[in-house]
Design a protein around this ligand. Structure first.
Ligand code: LLP
Length: 417
């Protein structure tokens, strides 16, 4: 199922013509498809019957409407800050469906999470465990904890988004895990509910997930032998999507392979924290061609979206398919081109060495922009961040207005000179 298809000579999002959207709401413009989002969520949900569950990783796209649609479908949430907890609650998500990851949980964030009653803390260090215990004690309560263990598995992905190697800052090293669980078990104001890991993002093979799972299950066995029962095995997120020609495992195969591994663990619930696989292909970024600047070897297609709107190509050399929304401009351009933005950095590009045909005023679509797109945007170069809209059939909802310039400096003050 794909909600982004060419009809009547131009790209449509569900029933809406992309160029009409660009003209009505302006560019750059993030456009999400509710149907695609729903479909992606259902793929996870249908293969994870209770007590298993998927907790959507809010960091991939925290727009309130995205969270609302998912909450409405019964999603759980994986968050990494007090801000993300607040977003989930604001969008109608349940506190008791939230798992709280992240290496630097502050005192205030832990208090907040305890007060609203989250499902579990994914604890990343012994120091954090002690802090949670102390804060829970002050409040006369007990915190549900899962310890994040670093399984030391190579996720075979971009080094910036690999997290499960010993060299990374995340989790408790496997060799210290049993001692950490013993400590947790002995503390009065935490109760151990789980073990978790997250080995990286944009993984396109099953093997690293299954390898990590074997290591986690060996730990579950070791803990059982000393009387520590684990109820939740949280394997994190990380399932990749097709940006170019990658062939990541299908959601069903990924989940079934994992469930098969816990067949003989009737007490164990599998938790997953998918982000990208839920939202990436549910969103595109529409951008207008400002100028086409020819040069000998290649042309520069200069568009109105830059690295501040969509950072992934600049930061990770990530590939995003870029197409002209008009089929009249399909087919290969004579010369390769770089699709570049307005930001004053050489690294400000959306795509390099492409064969996109484009003329001034054309609307281009950057695909698979729903995950880590708007979420990583900034105001660099004093650029207002784009609007976000959600298409639902032939209806359009503005789910975030385009920023206004005055908002960019509303918190700033000049000196009295
Ligand atoms: N759980 C934890 C603990 C995580 O750290 C992450 C992502 C996820 C779940 C969700 O992973 P996903 O299913 O989306 O792969 N900005 C980068 C991705 C950073 C991912 C960080 N952690 C990018 O644009 O590729």
């Amino acid at each position: 199922m794909n909600q982004f298809s060419y009809q009547h000579g131009q790209l449509h999002v569900e029933a809406c013509a992309s160029q009409d959207l660009a003209h009505t709401y302006g560019t750059p413009l993030y456009v999400y498809s509710r149907a695609q989002l729903t479909h992606n969520w259902q793929a996870f949900n249908q293969h994870l019957p209770k007590p298993h569950r998927a907790c959507y990783a809010v960091k991939a796209n925290g727009n309130l409407a995205v969270l609302q649609v998912l909450a409405h479908l019964g999603a759980g949430f994986d968050v990494v800050s007090g801000g993300e907890i607040a977003r989930v609650l604001k969008a109608g998500g349940r506190a008791d469906s939230i798992v709280f990851s992240g290496v630097a949980k502050s005192h205030a964030e832990i208090e907040y999470a305890l007060d609203v009653g989250i499902l579990q803390f994914n604890v990343e260090s012994l120091a954090e465990l002690e802090r949670i215990n102390q804060i829970a004690a002050e409040r006369g309560t007990s915190a549900p904890v899962s310890l994040r263990v670093n399984p030391d598995v190579d996720a075979k992905t971009h080094p910036y988004i690999a997290t499960g190697l010993e060299a990374n800052k995340f989790g408790i090293p496997m060799r210290d895990a049993v001692a950490a669980f013993k400590r947790a078990h002995s503390l009065e104001h935490v109760h151990v509910v789980g073990v978790d890991c997250h080995i990286g993002s944009q993984l396109t093979e099953l093997a690293p997930f299954l390898d990590a799972m074997d290591r986690m299950l060996a730990l579950v066995d070791e803990l059982a032998a000393i009387g520590i029962e684990i109820a939740h095995l949280d394997m994190g997120g990380g399932l990749g999507v097709t940006y170019d020609d990658e062939t990541p495992p299908a959601v069903a195969d990924y989940i079934q392979a994992m469930l098969a591994k816990i067949e003989h663990y009737p007490q164990l619930a599998l938790y997953l924290e998918p982000g990208r696989a839920i939202v990436a292909n549910a969103g595109i970024l529409l951008t207008r061609v400002e100028y086409v600047k020819p040069s000998d070897k290649k042309d520069f297609v200069i568009v109105d979206a830059g690295m501040n709107d969509m950072l992934r190509p600049s930061l990770y050399q990530a590939f995003h398919r870029i197409e002209n929304t008009s089929t009249h401009q399909h087919g290969e351009a004579q010369k390769p081109c770089d699709v570049v933005g307005p930001v004053c950095e050489t690294g400000d590009f959306l795509g390099q060495e492409r064969k996109v045909k484009a003329a001034e005023g054309d609307i281009l679509a950057v695909f698979n922009a729903g995950a880590y797109g708007f979420a990583m945007s900034s105001n660099y170069n004093t650029r207002v961040r784009p609007a976000e809209i959600m298409v639902d059939g032939n209806q359009v909802h503005v789910v975030r207005q385009r920023e206004q310039l005055e908002q960019l400096w509303q918190l700033e003050r000049t000196l009295e000179l």
